[in-house]
Design a protein around this ligand. Structure first.
Ligand code: AMP
Ligand code: TRP
Length: 323
């Protein structure tokens, strides 16, 4: 069997958080041993919200560093910057012409924006088409993402199938891969962890900040002696992601038994998180000390990505009667 092509992207809108790590980065790193993995920093997508060029460059590098620190191996996986292969915007236009407006009107990022009474940019509206172009340009089979991206992969499948019906078999039809236990990581306030809700824990938080954030997790006002429900607690949900199963079972039992306050459980969560990312933290500091290494990884990644993208574009242009 041919090795599957795996592809995913992450926006450089800030520092990656636990939702990004457990929802996409960790599964992506696991996939790098099982196929040809392509991961990119989605700077074109981030332009829908980031309008500060200095921040864009900094975030792009810091997301790439985080990914490498967590175990992305550039010998195995291709790591690149989306805008290093600008042909993706050409493919996005070709797909735009096949995309029914109602399909995009139904997409959640756009709908949420409108529901909040904000005026969406055309870029935000067309965002799923650019994402489809990312996926189809690299002939991807598998797209590891968090649950919030499932709808976008469905749009991609619809567009690929439509193009294949009209123009012949030009595109590979991809599938989303979602790890169900971590499909949606919960944030400090109990909602989905997201930069736009300001409820995130970054992967590489400073010790003091991490402690403060964990201590600020929203809880109910149950007194120390009262039994507590571990199934609805954000503390337990986050602890499950970073602690050993035995420690999780103990915490769940102690929740039910009562007698311990939330402060004690938060302390344990802080320690588990700090410990969980300790080796990655050391690795990140080493990587950050050598900027040329990252430049090299991204330049090589861009070259390897282009080698796949250019033949796809030739094929698609020809099929559509262009050039
Ligand atoms: P973004 O920061 O929007 O570029 O997201 C990058 C990846 O992280 C996507 O695959 C998202 O689905 C995933 N992700 C973001 N937030 C969460 C979350 N709270 N839980 C699980 N996955 C998430
Ligand atoms: N839209 C994704 C997000 O917000 C990021 C992304 C862009 C992506 N292009 C992609 C993910 C292609 C998977 C495949 O998280």
């Amino acid at each position: 069997m041919v090795a599957p092509r795996i592809l995913s992207g992450i926006k450089p809108t800030g520092r990656p958080h636990l939702g990004n790590y457990f929802g996409m980065m960790r599964p992506g790193i696991e996939w790098q041993d099982r196929g040809e993995a392509f991961y990119f920093i989605a700077d074109y997508h981030a332009l829908t919200t980031v309008h500060d060029p200095v921040a864009m460059r900094e975030h792009t590098r810091s997301v790439a560093l985080d990914f490498l620190a967590c175990g992305l191996d550039p010998q195995k996986a291709v790591l690149f910057r989306q805008s290093d292969v600008p042909e993706v915007t050409e493919l996005a236009w070709l797909l735009t012409c096949l995309t029914p407006m109602p399909m995009l009107e139904n997409c959640h990022a756009y709908k949420d924006h409108v529901a909040k009474g904000k005026v969406p940019s055309h870029g935000l509206f067309a965002y799923p088409v650019l994402m489809a172009a990312d996926i189809l340009l690299y002939n991807s089979n598998i797209v590891p993402v968090g649950r919030d991206q499932k709808q976008h992969v469905e749009v991609t499948r619809d567009l690929a199938e439509k193009a294949n019906r009209i123009f012949g078999p030009v595109f590979t039809v991809p599938e989303a891969s979602i790890v169900s236990e971590v499909a949606t990581v919960i944030g400090l306030d109990g909602q989905k962890m997201s930069k736009s809700y300001n409820n995130t824990i970054a992967l590489f938080e400073e010790e003091k900040v991490l402690r403060k954030k964990v201590m600020s997790i929203t809880t109910d006002s149950a007194p120390m002696e009262a039994p507590k429900d571990p199934t609805t607690s954000s503390i337990v949900a986050l602890f499950r992601l970073c602690a050993e199963p035995a420690a999780v079972a103990t915490m769940e039992d102690q929740f039910r038994a009562g007698g311990l306050g939330y402060g004690e459980f938060k302390k344990r969560l802080f320690e588990a998180l700090w410990e969980r990312f300790a080796t990655f933290r050391t690795r990140r500091a080493e990587l950050a000390a050598d900027p040329a290494y990252l430049d090299n990884v991204l330049a090589e990644g861009a070259a390897r990505a282009r080698a796949v993208a250019l033949p796809t574009m030739d094929r698609v242009r020809k099929a559509m009667g262009l050039r």
